[in-house]
Design a protein around this ligand. Structure first.
Ligand SMILES: Nc1nc2c(ncn2[C@@H]2O[C@H](COP(=O)(O)OP(=O)(O)OP(=O)(O)O)[C@@H](O)[C@H]2O)c(=O)[nH]1
Ligand SMILES: [Mg+2]
Length: 685
């Protein structure tokens, strides 16, 4: 079998690697206008020509070959593997942002010195042109000694040319250039020769790199480390100084090359446009006012625009189920389908419009570059609670889902801040809470409009998001006090230039997010709905799946009533109790559970919301009174009811200790707060 060749895509953060990867492979890796979007490697196949397929590996962005954060380690490991000089990469494609050429070339030249086949791909040529920068590709290629190709990832131009170049490089026998880009050997001659002898690396720069990083490489024996330690001591090798010298040497050479191939028409005009916009958007007063208004508008949109399609889906789905109910024969399977499966699924599909709108807007904000400004605006506030501006991106992504958000903490260099961010991220309101919030808010808050246009329900929903955010901050400041990890690092993040967001990108995100939501939620809900339907239709008294019993006497009813004493002080009846149990797997199951339970209980033709609004306790009082509703909202805001989050925290922290503590801590907080809120509101309403 012919081995499929491997091409790694590396480069500085936010240089367009994933955009290029998507174009080459037809996949949809996440793209966003801020550094640190990609935090893990992703492989995709592509056809170079009629008979050659290759694998592209999209990697997290890195500023230099010396990794500082965990996402950079991912890239480092692919390039170097276990320092057996890496995964057997056939070619390294370095993506460089043409509008920031000097800084991007630093990393390019480090890669060149690894002495593997390299192709440099320039992106953002359009921005470079707007900044008045013109680049002579041929001269640049001669200066660097490797092929240079320009592409426009937004318009898809230059891709066939790039593929041709890749094909040539893959199929010609590669002879590394004689000289290194800089004289690496002179930086530590004795040590490089020693390592070369021991390990047999062919490139001086790889040896130099080995000398700086061998301590953190796992599969090097202690013995070998000791030998190197002695050698380093003997030769007086100071890795910090050598790295600084290396960088200076590289910049000096890069400067020379750039003089021959780059013309900047008006360097002073640079970034002027973005800077002007930032004067307003990053202004200490207006900037923050705008920030709050942006969030306000998002949630208003989530309410008003989504309301119409949601109503259509709701009534459409209910009509569909009622139609099936009337036309199918009444037997076990029909009941299972209608009261179990469809009721559960119907509870979820209705939220597609809200998810789409929320994530469409977020994607537009991300793509424009505004999201990274939020990091800057909030850095001060973050710092006060022991986090930093880099914690903001994970917190914002957690509005979608805590799982990718917790992975995004890999970009945080400081260990303590990273840990705190992981621990508080689940407080952010994720999309799974949205259905729960929506339905409860619609039950307890009247559908009124302030001044005729501002939806009161939208305001309350925004309030729930703020509650999550401020609780996360509060929890961070508490943890900051207790967690002791020694680590120093400074906050560095660049502000990307503003870009016109692309609608097709937003559209893809909207489709993807709703697809994942429906599929992920659907899987769990399907399973739980079926089990729940069984448990709520049959009970100890019933005759083996033949005779249904009333919900009160079913297995679910019995369990619900067993736990009722525990949850009664929070204002919940036993049906809510069952929903609490089932939604420990995933929060959105709450709605599906309610749908199944109420559907089993009374086969009326109303929508779920109408049925819930009418539900009464045995004493005649409404189940979803204001105190109960508020107490439920608070419970769902605080409790960590999500298996996937627990699993990812375990993966990122390496043990079950933290996820278990996190689960217990958040659970206790949820219970106590709901208790307080319920008693408080009960005395008013
Ligand atoms: N104007 C312009 N924008 C581009 C070009 N290529 C990519 N972008 C935009 O640049 C931003 C970053 O693109 P990504 O593909 O996510 O960059 P990345 O290198 O994968 O970023 P990280 O994963 O964070 O390291 C996105 O907003 C893209 O739409 C280009 O050629 N021109
Ligand atoms: Mg990326």
């Amino acid at each position: 079998m012919i081995r499929v060749k491997k091409i790694a895509i590396v480069g500085n953060p936010n240089s367009g690697k994933s955009s290029l990867f998507n174009l080459l492979t037809g996949l949809n890796q996440r793209v966003g206008n801020f550094p640190g979007v990609t935090v893990d490697k992703k492989v995709g196949e592509s056809q170079l020509n009629n008979n050659e397929r290759v694998n592209f590996i999209d990697l997290p962005g890195t500023y230099s070959l010396y990794p500082k954060s965990e996402d950079e380690v991912v890239t480092h490991n692919v390039l170097f593997g276990n320092m057996n000089e890496g995964e057997d990469l056939d070619l390294i494609m370095v993506v460089a942002d043409a509008s920031n050429l000097k800084r991007n070339l630093l990393f390019c030249t480090q890669i060149i010195d690894l002495k593997k086949p390299v192709v440099i791909v320039l992106t953002m040529m359009d921005i470079a042109v707007r900044k008045g920068i013109s680049i002579d590709l041929q001269m640049l290629s001669i200066g660097l000694g490797v092929p240079v190709v320009a592409v426009d990832t937004r318009k898809g131009k230059g891709i066939s040319n790039l593929k041709k170049q890749l094909e040539i490089c893959l199929n010609s026998s590669f002879i590394p250039t004689q000289n290194d880009f800089i004289d690496n050997h002179s930086l530590a001659p004795g040590l490089i020769d020693f390592i070369k002898n021991e390990k047999g690396f062919h490139a001086d720069y790889v040896c130099l790199h080995y000398a700086s990083t061998y301590h953190s490489i796992k599969n090097i024996s202690l013995e070998e480390k000791k030998i190197l330690d002695t050698e380093i001591e003997k030769l007086n090798f100071n890795k910090t100084k050598v790295q600084a010298d290396e960088t200076l040497l590289r910049y000096a050479t890069i400067k020379k090359i750039m003089q021959t191939c780059v013309v900047e028409v008006s360097p002073l005009q640079k970034q002027i446009q973005s800077e002007n916009i930032d004067k307003v958007l990053l202004h200490p007063i207006y900037g923050n006012i705008i920030l709050v208004s942006v969030f306000f508008l998002i949630f208003q949109c989530v309410y008003w625009i989504a309301k119409f399609p949601m109503d259509w889906i709701d009534s459409g789905f209910t009509a569909f189920v009622n139609f099936l109910d009337a036309s199918l024969p009444s037997n076990f399977y029909t009941n299972l389908l209608i009261d179990g499966v469809l009721a559960g699924i119907g509870g979820i599909v209705i939220f597609i419009p809200q998810i789409m709108i929320l994530f469409g807007i977020i994607s537009l904000l991300e793509d424009s570059g505004y999201m990274s400004r939020i990091s800057f605006l909030t850095d001060n506030m973050m710092r006060r609670v022991g986090l930093n501006g880099k914690s903001v991106m994970p917190l914002i992504s957690a509005v979608a889902c805590a799982v990718p958000a917790i992975m995004a903490t890999r970009t945080i260099e400081n260990k303590k801040q990273k840990l705190i961010t992981i621990l508080v991220t689940p407080f952010m309101s994720c999309s799974a809470r949205l259905p729960v919030y929506t339905i409860i808010i619609s039950l307890i808050i009247p559908n009124n409009y302030f001044l005729g246009i501002i939806s009161v329900q939208g305001l309350v929903l925004l309030g729930m998001y703020f509650l999550g955010f401020f609780t996360a901050l509060f929890a961070a400041s508490v943890l900051n006090f207790f967690i002791k990890v020694k680590d120093k690092s400074i906050f560095l993040m660049e502000l990307p230039v503003y870009r016109v967001p692309r609608w097709n990108n937003a559209l893809i995100v909207m489709l993807q997010k709703s697809k994942t939501f429906v599929i992920e939620a659907g899987k769990v809900i399907l399973l739980i709905s079926i089990v729940l339907w069984m448990m709520s239709s049959y009970g100890p008294g019933s005759n083996q799946l033949v005779e249904k019993v009333s919900l009160d006497n079913s297995y679910a009813g019995i369990i619900g009533k067993k736990i009722e004493p525990v949850i009664k002080p929070l204002g919940y009846d036993w049906k809510i109790g069952i929903a609490l149990i089932t939604s420990f797997a995933a929060r959105e199951v709450f709605v599906g559970t309610m749908a199944t339970l109420y559907r089993v209980d009374n086969d009326d033709e109303n929508t779920l919301k109408e049925t819930m609004a009418k539900a009464r306790l045995s004493n005649g009082a409404l189940v979803y009174s204001i105190p109960t509703g508020v107490s439920l909202l608070v419970f769902y805001a605080f409790a960590l009811q999500c298996m996937s989050t627990l699993a990812i925290v375990k993966r990122e922290t390496g043990s079950w200790k933290l996820p278990i503590l996190q689960f217990l801590g958040m659970g206790i907080l949820a219970y106590l707060s709901s208790l307080v809120v319920y008693s408080l509101f009960s005395s008013f309403f």
